[in-house]
Design a protein around this ligand. Structure first.
Ligand code: SF4
Length: 527
């Protein structure tokens, strides 16, 4: 059979297409973006593949597909699942119709995220199965398995990958595509109306299948128990298997080992491993999810080593070196590089980026104030925190800038300014702006309208084409204090004057800085 070279993300996408999906929804975010992009590029006619305003709306669209009896996948990065948490937690209570797969890409090492959260906790919290591939072939195969589980148990199923798997390429063998199922409205709508009477019944149903979910996990071929040397047993999960396999040939004897790729945690197999060995080392990427669980199910007398014990680092990524040390193997002799190390290149805005001109004008306008406060959000413009701009003071979560600026103004500090990109505004900025309108907050909101989700690869903003002014006015901002500027060097003084006027206004004002992202323009010219 033909081998295709795919990124881990692309293998998930191909797995979803070959599983017969009708639809895919998501919000871009590293390291998950390429799942949707690959579906958009390669899905056959008739498959809807669409970016959404945020992860919550994406999840709800996928839920709608399930209600309509067809398969769908929803994609997001780890912190995106926080945004989708409301529908996610309730989707395990309704009776899933068409299979629903939630593909989440975690980012241990925080290459492009605000924290190292481990989505396996979310799957456990929602009481649904989670599959964790160890390589690209498993990423492909597990998506198909996830759709089977979802339709068998009528719950969503999570597929969790991490950055190094999502963004590494390897050969996979695809299987014959499945037929798409025919749309058919859910025949028991009461199973979707989570009023207390129904919700209690459905909650009971979810709890009552937990034993079956555990049995399926115990029987899963993804959870493999191998006999071996009994001095130490090794548990690997997901990608951590690769780091163990790289070092295992150097061990004096092959340890007994359990690899976990399917959750709920297979407690029976863990107990079986524990019965064979004197101690257990848990090697897992992300948080000590299995290690913590083990402490509750094994006798206290068995030493458990891992991230909690200090055998492996509690933060950052695993790698062959730190796994080698945890296995008690001597460090390998490093080969010295003969070339000079590349010069360090801190991240920075592109030369000529419109955000640079906005920040220069804003800094000029705020220069006369003793203690101005500028809250920011998540996007390329977060780089405005660095010299030479030093223009912003926060980056917490999508949309946080507006609510935080309001809180700062309420506390009596100021002038209080919020800076947010157009895509982030549509993602999570509109509701805090409604709060600001309602409370007559004394803040100036700067919306950086470059028409793109630039940081994740220049996907088009959800409402391109200058809709922002109408949206902002529609949310209740006084049109007299909605201003539009073009951030260009030649407009520096005029733009700074607009900022000065609106900051001095003493109420809620919005300045929309409109200029296309240079990278988007470059890509547009190429296509
Ligand atoms: S990609 Fe676009 S928005 Fe990001 S720094 Fe470059 S020009 Fe600015």
């Amino acid at each position: 059979m033909e081998t295709i070279q795919l990124l881990g993300d692309e293998a998930i996408a191909r797995g979803a297409i070959d599983s017969g999906i009708h639809a895919a929804y998501g919000y871009p975010g590293t390291p998950s973006t390429e799942i949707m992009e690959h579906i958009m590029e390669t899905a056959p006619k008739g498959v809807t593949a669409s970016w959404c305003s945020n992860e919550k709306t994406a999840y709800e669209a996928a839920l709608g597909s399930s209600f309509a009896g067809v398969r769908s996948i929803v994609t997001m990065k780890c912190v995106g699942l926080n945004v989708a948490a409301d529908p996610f937690m309730n989707s395990s209570v309704v009776k899933i119709g068409g299979g629903l797969v939630v593909a989440v890409a975690d980012d241990p090492g925080m290459h492009s995220s605000q924290n190292e959260q481990d989505s396996r906790f979310f799957a456990d919290f929602g009481k649904i199965p989670c599959l964790e591939p160890a390589d690209q072939q498993e990423a492909y195969d597990m998506v198909r398995e996830a759709f089977d589980l979802s339709e068998r148990f009528h719950v969503p199923v999570m597929v969790r990958v991490v950055t190094r798997l999502a963004h590494a390429r390897a050969g996979i063998v695809a299987r014959p595509p499945r037929e798409r199922n025919v749309p058919k409205k859910c025949d028991s709508p009461r199973d979707w109306i989570l009023m207390p009477m129904n919700a209690k019944r459905r909650w009971h149903a979810l709890l009552s299948i937990q034993g079956e979910l555990l049995a399926a996990s115990e029987e899963s071929a993804s959870n493999r128990l191998e006999k071996g040397d009994c001095r130490i047993g090794v548990v690997t999960t997901g990608l951590a298997r690769a780091y163990y396999d790289e070092n295992a040939p150097d061990l004096p004897a092959k340890p007994a080992r359990l690899h976990i790729g399917s959750y709920p945690v297979p407690e029976g197999k863990l107990r079986a491993l524990a019965s064979m060995v004197d101690s257990i080392l848990v090697i897992e990427e992300g948080s000590p999810f299995v290690e913590r669980r083990l402490r509750g199910i094994l006798p206290q007398s068995i030493p458990i080593l891992g991230k909690l014990s200090g055998a492996l680092p509690p933060e950052g990524e695993l790698n062959p070196e730190n796994v080698r040390a945890a296995l008690g193997l001597p460090a390998l002799k490093l080969i010295e590089a003969k070339t000079l190390p590349p010069p360090s290149r801190p991240p920075q805005l592109c030369q000529g980026c419109p955000h640079a001109d906005t920040y220069t004008a804003l800094n000029l306008a705020l220069a006369g104030y003793e203690e101005p406060v500028v809250m920011s959000d998540i996007g390329c413009y977060t780089l405005g925190a660095l010299p030479p701009y030093d223009a912003i003071e926060s980056c917490v979560d999508m949309g946080a800038s507006i609510g935080m600026a309001r809180g700062i103004a309420d506390a009596g500090l100021g002038p209080s300014v919020a800076v947010i990109g157009d895509s982030t505004f549509y993602h999570s900025g509109m509701t805090p702006l409604v709060d600001a309108v309602s409370s007559k907050a004394n803040i100036t909101l700067v919306i950086l309208d470059n028409g793109a989700v630039a940081m994740t690869g220049c996907q088009e903003t959800i409402l391109p084409g200058g809709a922002l002014r109408a949206v902002v006015e529609g949310l209740g901002v006084d049109p007299a204090h909605v201003r539009v500027i073009e951030p260009l060097p030649k407009n520096l003084e005029a733009n700074a004057a607009v900022f000065r006027e609106e900051v001095a206004y003493g109420g809620l004002s919005v300045v929309i800085a409109v200029r296309e992202c240079l990278e988007s323009a470059r890509r547009g010219r190429k296509s």
